[in-house]
Design a protein around this ligand. Structure first.
Ligand code: NAP
Length: 265
């Protein structure tokens, strides 16, 4: 059986590698023999991860200290990846915000759309031609269980995640003929720094980032999208069969209670 770097190419580029799910992707891919390009703003975190990957798996990694919300981020990244065979692109970096839309800070919401939607679009478009030429590669988009229904109190965030779910699923079909595997990965509440930044509780029975990454690596190449965890899977199936009005109401009630709880604590 081919290993990951033979199947897709030598290097995996992981955005948002400085914590949570991205950091875990870097560790599990290093364990499977991939070299890593680690992208995020917090350089000290990337340096610590790079040292860990070297020590633990003897893995070569490159640090790309890049802010994905900035206009010129592709130029910055190009300096780090020029000449490298990017076999796996993990569009993982992202953050959320909560509260009523009318009270939100529009600058922050626009930054979120840039990091969560514009950056994956540009990165994918940038690295795809080489993958198509080599007739191999893989791309993962980070959706969420909130991508399956509009979620009040996280309105913009849930729209950004629906964007990623649609990107992943549609490109899965378009890129099949080039032998490129695409996956939309949809975690539910997962223990990372996400909740602190989004100011929301993680919800009952949270999953670990390591579970989410294992789910993704199992599903890659087999289907267009995957939901992590049985409980989350059942919820997204239920949401598909109930009227949209009820789905949105339920999502709003749950998001509101998680928001209020984290606001009070
Ligand atoms: N945790 C959950 O419950 C959950 C559920 C569903 C989906 N997700 C999705 O999973 C993905 C990873 O989130 P996580 O849970 O691992 O959260 P996390 O621990 O907060 O990690 C987010 C990562 O994104 C990076 N990032 C944020 N803004 C950036 C920017 N402007 N430029 C470059 N990197 C940036 C952060 O790095 P720096 O701050 O160092 O730049 C960090 O490495 C996100 O797309 C999120 O929407 C999470």
């Amino acid at each position: 059986m081919l290993n990951l770097s033979q199947k897709y190419g030598e290097w995996a580029l992981v955005t948002g590698a400085s914590s949570g799910i991205g950091e875990e992707f870097a560790k599990q891919l290093a364990k499977l023999g991939m070299k890593l390009i680690l992208v995020a703003r917090r350089k000290y975190r990337l340096e610590a991860l790079s040292d860990y990957l070297k020590k633990e798996y003897n893995t070569e990694s490159i640090i790309a200290n890049v802010d994905l919300s900035k206009e010129n981020f592709l130029d910055e990244l190009f300096k780090c990846t020029n000449g490298k065979e990017i076999g796996i692109l993990i569009n993982n970096a992202g953050f959320g915000s909560t509260g009523e839309f009318i009270s939100c800070n529009t600058d922050k919401e626009i930054e979120m759309i840039k990091v969560n939607c514009i950056a994956p679009t540009l990165l994918t478009h940038y690295y795809l031609p080489e993958m198509i030429k080599r007739k191999k590669g893989a791309i993962i988009f980070l959706g969420s269980t909130v991508a399956f229904q509009p979620t009040p109190m996280m309105t913009t965030y849930s729209a950004t995640k629906a964007f990623n779910l649609f990107m992943g699923e549609a490109l899965w079909w378009e890129l099949k003929k080039y032998n490129i595997d695409v996956l939309a990965l949809n975690p539910g509440g997962t223990n990372t720094e996400f909740q602190r930044i989004a100011k929301i509780g993680v919800g009952p029975l949270p999953r670990e980032a390591s579970d989410v990454v294992k789910t993704a690596l199992r599903a890659l190449g087999k289907k267009p999208s995957v939901v992590d965890g049985l409980k989350n899977k059942l919820i997204t199936i239920f949401i598909k069969v109930i009227p949209r009005r009820i789905a949105v109401t339920l999502a709003g009630e749950i998001a509101y209670s998680l928001y209020i709880r984290s606001y009070k604590s």
